[in-house]
Write a protein that binds this ligand. Structure first.
Ligand SMILES: *Cc1c(COP(=O)(O)O)cnc(C)c1O
Length: 402
């Protein structure tokens, strides 16, 4: 940073604008405080209340809250029977958790390249890969469909392919709570077996850390509930024999402690009452970016007319062929101006852990090309007009340095 920078450059070093952040109200704070004054900090009434609230919002039959979306993805895979010898496919343009969940189960991971416009896994690539896998006898057991940035995948096409090729579908909707597809909420489960949400602070609503799995199938919900809490049941119907008394429980299988606390659920419940307002605010910001960036040498996100995105992220791709600056220079210039831009995502198959499994550069070229040009601009409900204008000014300057 140049300390002799003239003030007229418009750079304000005291500013700090993240790419995403939570919105916390007095009601949220009071909801958490009242749990602290109550009898139950965990395993009380608020976790089931939060589960019902989210499931009800999404028109799903069952919600199973957990301590993260990562945990929810893990038990979702287990509930669908993923284990050693199985194959799970997902998009390379996602957070590593979408793929790691299969590795936790001892399964093998493979990827389906993205569609460069939607940035979601491409249906043509998926279809071609399925025919190829069928010939080789290596069809996936589960597809983890990631709704990148909140824009839903082409779920109708994915459902048709799952019926034809016999795989099951988990929606990684970590970016997509509050979004809609063909007029119905993401999470309604019309096109998938299980949908997973994240409540990390940058996501649509927060519980600090937290996640939830939604499903229509009671058996899947029961299995996920059991796995979330050590594989233990107090339900006599699930036991191997008669109960030995009111204290009695049985560990049916090996599970985990993936439980959410009532402190977190209280925050989540309170946040749910503002979810629609959060999504509206994100849409206003995205529309303002779309309009303001029309003359910039960048590709802005394409909106799918079949869907209402939750707009977790607003990712631009730099038209690097017409620019004199690199993506890295633009990124560093924005960071230097106090703007917490980010890059979503480094293709998962290029991570060292995945390269050791044999993946290499060039395997999924659309995801790799997209990655080299992508920058996530700030978008969150409380992003003010002044900060928004500042981001635009800084981006203009970063793209066209004197
Ligand atoms: C955030 C995120 C996750 C993981 O969520 P946690 O709640 O942090 O475990 C998984 N998948 C995607 C696509 C995400 O963005």
């Amino acid at each position: 940073m140049d300390s002799a920078e003239p003030e007229s450059s418009g750079k304000d070093m005291t500013r700090s604008i993240p790419y995403g952040r939570q919105s916390i109200s007095e009601d949220d704070i009071n909801a958490v405080i009242s749990v602290l004054r109550s009898d139950f900090l965990t395993q009380g009434p608020l976790v089931p209340a939060f589960e019902e609230r989210v499931a009800g919002y999404c028109y799903a039959a069952h919600g199973v809250a957990m301590n993260s979306a990562t945990s929810a993805l893990h038990v979702a895979c287990l509930a669908l029977g993923v284990g050693p010898g199985d194959i799970v496919w997902t998009s390379p343009n996602t957070f590593v958790a979408s793929a790691n969940c299969a590795l936790y189960c001892g399964a093998t991971v493979d990827f389906v390249d993205i569609d460069p416009v939607s940035r979601n896994l491409g249906i043509e690539a998926l279809t071609a890969k399925l025919y190829e896998a069928k010939r080789r006898g290596s069809l996936p057991k589960v597809l983890v469909a990631v709704h990148f940035s909140g824009q839903p995948c082409d779920m109708r096409a994915i459902r048709a392919l799952s019926a034809e090729f016999g795989f099951r579908v988990i929606e990684d909707a970590s970016h997509a709570l509050g979004g809609r597809y063909l007029g119905e909420p993401i999470g309604c489960g019309r096109y998938s077996d299980i949908t997973v949400f994240s409540f990390h602070p940058v996501k649509m609503i927060t519980t600090g850390e937290g996640g939830m799995a939604l499903t229509h199938e009671a058996s899947l919900a029961n299995r996920m509930r059991r796995l979330r809490s050590h594989g233990i049941t107090r339900d006599v119907d699930q036991m191997s024999g008669p109960t030995e008394g009111p204290w009695y429980y049985e560990q049916i299988e090996l599970g985990f402690n993936y439980r959410m606390t009532d402190i977190q659920a209280a925050l989540g419940l309170s946040q749910m009452s503002r979810l629609d307002r959060f999504i509206d605010a994100r849409h206003r910001i995205a529309a303002a970016y779309d309009a303001a960036l029309a003359g910039f040498p960048v590709i802005t996100p394409a909106a799918d007319v079949r869907a209402h995105s939750a707009l977790h992220l607003y990712v631009i791709e730099l038209k690097t062929d017409v620019l004199t600056v690199t993506r890295r220079q633009v990124f560093e210039s924005l960071r230097g101006a106090g703007i917490g831009v980010n890059v979503h995502y480094i293709p998962v198959h290029l991570q060292p852990h995945y390269r050791r499994m044999g993946f290499a550069p060039g395997d999924f070229p659309h995801a790799e090309t997209y990655y080299r040009r992508a920058i996530s601009l700030p978008i969150y409900p409380d992003l003010g007009d002044d900060d928004f204008s500042y981001v635009l000014g800084a981006l203009d300057q970063a793209l066209h340095p004197e």
